[in-house]
Design a protein around this ligand. Structure first.
Ligand code: SF4
Ligand code: SF4
Length: 134
């Protein structure tokens, strides 16, 4: 089972080696897609967690006990290849490199597995080739 979630940490939990415990104690794979964590402040991380269903639920329970809230990334970003004119305007804005360009052919492509649904590319695209579905 695989889940992409937004984790919000209270400042007391910032120093906890959370990903280490998820990996070691719950045998989960944790892929950090983006993180904004600074000491003594609330932090946010977008992570992809995968592993056995029961372990994943147990891992999320462990986070809850620490006061870390998790919200599923329920939205889907859709890239419409027919509308895209490969202008590359969206490329520098994409923080996770979900949108990338093959410079030899000047062709843009989209890898949804890498997308963290930040929405930055939507505003950049003059051809409405990218949309978020709820
Ligand atoms: S929403 Fe757009 S800019 Fe943000 S990660 Fe996904 S593809 Fe990249
Ligand atoms: S900004 Fe829009 S048209 Fe330009 S490359 Fe990105 S998706 Fe394609």
């Amino acid at each position: 089972m695989k889940k992409r979630v937004v984790l919000t940490f209270p400042k007391e939990s910032i120093e906890e080696p959370i990903t280490y415990h998820l990996i070691r104690d719950y045998e989960l794979m944790v892929n950090i897609l983006s993180a904004k964590v600074s000491p003594n402040e609330e932090g946010k991380m977008v992570v992809e967690i995968s592993g056995q269903k029961e372990m994943l639920h147990n891992g999320i329970d462990y986070l809850k006990k620490l006061g870390v809230t998790s919200e599923a990334l329920a939205q889907d970003v859709i890239w419409d290849e027919q509308r895209c004119i490969h202008c590359t305007a969206c490329i520098p804005l994409c923080p996770s490199h979900a949108l990338s360009v093959d410079r030899s052919k000047m062709l843009v492509s989209f890898n949804s597995d890498r997308c963290i649904v930040c929405g930055l590319c939507l505003k950049a695209c003059p051809y409405h080739a990218i949309e978020i579905r709820f």
